[in-house]
Design a protein around this ligand. Sequence first.
Ligand code: ADP
Length: 221
Amino acid sequence: MRLIITGPPAAGKGSIAPFLAKEYGILPISTGQMFREEIKKQTPLGLKLKVILDRGELVSDNLTNQMVEARLKKEDVKNGFLLDGYPRSINQAEFLDKFLAERNEKLDYVISLYLEEEIIIKRIVGRRICPKCGKLYNIYFTKPKFDEVCDLDGTALIKRSDDTEQIARQRIKIYEKQTAPLIEYYKQKGILISSYSGHKKVEDTFDLIKKQVIADDHNKI
Ligand code: ADP
């Protein structure tokens, strides 16, 4: 299975990705996560990336495409993958199509999440992450048992430096302009699955997605 999960910032892509990955036995690949890892290593490239991410802007298509291409050539994603946060522009989508076509591969589904802007803002401003195990929390919706500490390993939670209201609004604007056109692009290809993701529980969104995949597979038989 080759899947893409797309949607505005904080739509829940990163939370739903592990469910989808487990259900279909595929590896999740997050470009945002790849960039953040590069930043953490403090490489010259990482330092440049930090400036871009902190402004809420997009990394260039060229650099992003090259990085994804190298990742998708690895053995562990030969039989499938779940791309989270890529493609984010028509240019990236066309690049991916070409890359897959050359390998006689194709995408199965593009899962597009949508929700209200005000929920997005609260999710972003309240988002906290455990730097050790990666578990996500939100101080408004899914609080840790003890303030600002991970339930699983007791590590102090951190906030992403781009998770402020001002940058969030900027990221939403960029999403609408650059990424939202992908919805029509994949709809035309007949592989779009659209799902509301403003539910309180991630499991509810995941159930809705699964039902649509099953219904669509059934139609194809
Ligand atoms: P979110 O979904 O909350 O925006 P991500 O982790 O997906 O967070 O991305 C964080 C940042 O990484 C983005 O704001 C952008 O700067 C950069 N980024 C991630 N994926 C891409 C991409 N496909 N193309 C360009 N920039 C990207």
